[in-house]
Design a protein. Structure first.
Length: 160
């Protein structure tokens, strides 16, 4: 299978605008399997959400340890053939408790080992500065025509 050459037909500041353009193409019978939305000029954004102390580190650790604990307990409960329902639920509960405790201790230990270097909690995300709608070269002219019609209704691209 040979790779099709693609051509940008529109560029938008938000994903919603690019999505609207592709939806417009779809509404007009355009072969949308030949379309892609590509985020350009991606940057890493780290949003600080609060201070990190031992309590918050323990809470984050407990939350991240509880789920694996439940899953491991549930799996061990499945191998008990005599009374599997009670065994599964009981071992899943024990796994939740044990996982939360171990996770909390591990979270506090990691926070203590950092020695105050990173006393904050944050969320990281990747954010493109613009979104390009690209289509296969063979159908690009039709896409430009249809997106041009969308532009006259007030939702067009920032540049073509």
């Amino acid at each position: 299978m040979t790779e099709q050459h693609r051509r940008p037909v529109a560029s938008y500041e938000t994903y919603g605008e690019a999505e609207r353009a592709v939806d417009h193409l779809s509404d007009h019978g355009f072969p949308v399997e030949r379309v892609a939305i590509i985020g350009q000029d991606v940057r890493l954004v780290e949003q600080v959400i609060g201070r990190m102390d031992y309590g918050r580190a323990a809470l984050h650790g407990a939350a991240s340890g509880a789920l694996p604990g439940v899953l491991i307990g549930w799996l061990f409960g499945l191998v008990n053939w005599l009374d599997p329902v009670v065994s599964v639920l009981l071992l899943a509960l024990y796994g939740l408790i044990f996982g939360a405790i171990v996770g909390a201790l591990f979270g506090m230990l990691l926070d203590a080992l950092q020695g105050g270097r990173r006393d904050f909690a944050s969320l990281r995300s990747m954010q493109p500065s613009r979104y390009e709608v690209v289509v296969d070269e063979a159908v690009a002219d039709e896409a430009v025509r249809l997106i041009g019609a969308l532009q006259t209704t007030g939702g067009g691209p920032t540049r073509t």
